[in-house]
Design a protein around this ligand. Sequence first.
Ligand SMILES: CC(C)(COP(=O)(O)OP(=O)(O)OC[C@H]1O[C@@H](n2cnc3c(N)ncnc32)[C@H](O)[C@@H]1OP(=O)(O)O)[C@@H](O)C(=O)NCCC(=O)NCCS
Length: 183
Amino acid sequence: MGLTMRLLTERLQLRRFTLDDAEPAFRNWMSDPEVTRFATWEPHADVDETRRVISGWLRDYDLGSMDWCITLRGSDEPIGSITVVREYPERRCCEIGYCLSQRHWDNGYMTEAIGAIVNYVFDTTAFDFVQARHDVENEASGRCLEKCNFRQTAVCDLPDPKTGRMRTYRFMTASRSDVCVYV
Ligand SMILES: CC(C)(COP(=O)(O)OP(=O)(O)OC[C@H]1O[C@@H](n2cnc3c(N)ncnc32)[C@H](O)[C@@H]1OP(=O)(O)O)[C@@H](O)C(=O)NCCC(=O)NCCS
């Protein structure tokens, strides 16, 4: 059955990716340098690259990965993703990453998605902490986390995985005992 279950929030559907998502995902955000500016990956050069990436995610579902495609409710068009990108079992902690098509920014959608995923992780896994990191210059990402009751746990300089240049990252953590506003 896997851990990536279909979830509904007030305005969003979070569901598994399928290969049919490759073209719209490429068009909507995976080829957009503005979306990948603070991401660990470069914009995809063509839809075949998106197809290869999504194929990998489909294989990982069987291994228990948590990787959701975001759509608006009532539509099946993919507009973003939210993923458990790392797990630290010894700290009972997992880390999330997310991105959204520019056309949909500033509507509160990612705050809604993060809230739902944090609740899901606490409801269905043994993780007691959900962590996220953001470049301090990516204030919108930090704001989403603050709105979901994440608290700053560390600030540190690390090399940017793409350029190797040092960047300042803020680590934010939500704990099981924190209440998330968005369900
Ligand atoms: C970061 C991102 C996911 C936010 O998604 P979103 O759906 O637009 O976020 P929300 O609408 O839920 O919340 C954004 C908040 O940031 C604020 N914000 C937006 N741009 C901002 C900026 N340049 N400076 C400060 N705050 C900003 C918004 O006003 C809003 O806060 P508010 O509700 O208090 O007004 C989206 O911009 C994105 O996909 N960016 C590219 C990928 C990325 O950076 N991913 C995260 C990597 S850590």
